[in-house]
Ligand binder design. Structure first.
Ligand code: ATP
Ligand code: SF4
Ligand code: MG
Length: 348
């Protein structure tokens, strides 16, 4: 299917105002991505790699320094209230922390009724009531009467996240951008929410972006994976290709630092929470994440890469296609030396 939402060479530089002249955080560099109806793309990477920046840019909540966002092939604009509202009707974002995004002073009824009225064509009390019930049923909060008059603090974390998802669905969007929307939940609840998202994606042909630290979970749930490192997409491909035959050393590092490759078991709660420990474990082995005010020259991963060559610290690696729809930015893929191509992770 044709893409609904597309990012083309998007760059975001944040100005920061300390020091005499001020500095720039190079948070996102020439990132491109296509979201298609009924499909999910995962954005995977450690903390500070630019995932939320990318999602905010796709939601037009952050203006790109350069590059463009296309909705059905047309440049998207959020200039002015009407344009913003029209865009928000089609592209919705759900955040990690439902406590932060759900006003604690309002009951579920009010939280859902507002977007229904703002964006939907609701007529009369009865219609609203029917739509509220239908919304709660769509996110499997049943019976609806039990939840309509509850306040957010009366719900469990998983139920709150379902309300946040219902609120996003109230405007019947085409795109759902989920920023770590399960990472604050108990491991046992995550699978339920991921299953719900998968069902909604299939039933309603939503195009989804799923942001996570957890590459193994992404494999279980998404069609494609984009691996981000220090503001750049360093590898892209189908979930299977990226996790089974990773081409970039950073992707291998992420996979190696996830103890249990069988995600079903992990998500079902049979092991402890590795999502939060995995990136730290990687940090221990490979040093600190880079400073994006002065990003490393050449390949941004070179200070931490076990396979770095001389050219890696001076020249930006090109994008190399390794299979149909699977590519990575790495010098190893340009002139593979026999030594380095045989499964480097096995030697470390
Ligand atoms: P996390 O996994 O911790 O959520 P992330 O991948 O979502 O991280 P971003 O939040 O996009 O990363 O941040 C990317 C970089 O941009 C970081 O270095 C961050 O400190 C910086 N940054 C983010 N927002 C701003 C801002 N408004 N002003 C200045 N710098 C920012
Ligand atoms: Fe490592 Fe060089 Fe590849 Fe970067 S380009 S990931 S430093 S081998
Ligand atoms: Mg983030």
């Amino acid at each position: 299917p044709a893409p609904v939402l597309e990012a083309v060479d998007v760059t975001v530089h944040y100005p920061v105002h300390h020091g005499p002249r001020g500095e720039t955080v190079h948070a996102l560099e020439n990132a491109s991505l296509r979201l298609r109806p009924g499909r999910t793309v995962a954005l995977v990477g450690e903390s500070g790699s630019g995932k939320s920046t990318f999602a905010r840019t796709l939601a037009l909540a952050q203006e790109p320094t350069s590059g463009s966002i296309l909705l059905h092939g047309e440049p998207a604009s959020a200039r002015g209230r009407r344009a913003r509202r029209a865009y928000a009707r089609r592209v919705q974002m759900v955040l990690q922390d439902p406590f932060g995004s759900l006003n604690p002073l309002h009951r579920v009824r009010y939280l859902l009724e507002r977007p229904l009225r703002l964006h939907g064509s609701v007529t009369g009390r009865e219609d609203v009531e029917q739509r509220l019930r239908a919304l709660l049923e769509r996110v499997r909060l049943t019976p609806p009467e039990r939840f309509l008059d509850a306040f957010p603090h009366e719900l469990s974390g998983g139920q709150r996240q379902r309300v946040a998802i219902a609120r996003a669905l109230a405007v019947q969007p085409e795109v759902l951008l989920g920023d770590e929307l399960v990472s604050m939940l108990d491991v046992s609840i995550r699978l339920e929410i991921l299953n719900l998202l998968a069902a909604l994606r299939d039933e309603e042909h939503l195009a989804m972006l799923y942001i996570t630290h957890d590459i193994a979970g992404a494999r279980y749930f998404t069609d494609e994976i984009a691996v981000m490192y220090a503001g750049e997409i360093v590898e892209y491909g189908t979930a299977e290709d990226v996790t089974q035959t990773p081409a970039h050393p950073y992707t291998r590092l992420l996979l190696d630092s996830t103890p249990d490759p069988d995600r079903m078991e992990f998500l079902a709660g049979r092991t402890n929470d590795v999502e939060d420990t995995a990136p730290d474990a990687a940090d221990d082995d490979y040093g600190e994440p880079p400073d994006l005010v002065r990003p490393p020259s050449g390949c941004r991963f070179h200070p931490r890469c076990p396979f770095a060559r001389p050219e890696c610290s001076t020249d930006r690696p090109p994008r190399v296609q390794v299979a149909d729809g699977h590519w990575a930015h790495c010098w190893l893929l340009v002139q593979p030396a026999a030594e380095e191509t045989r499964a480097p992770s096995a030697t470390t």
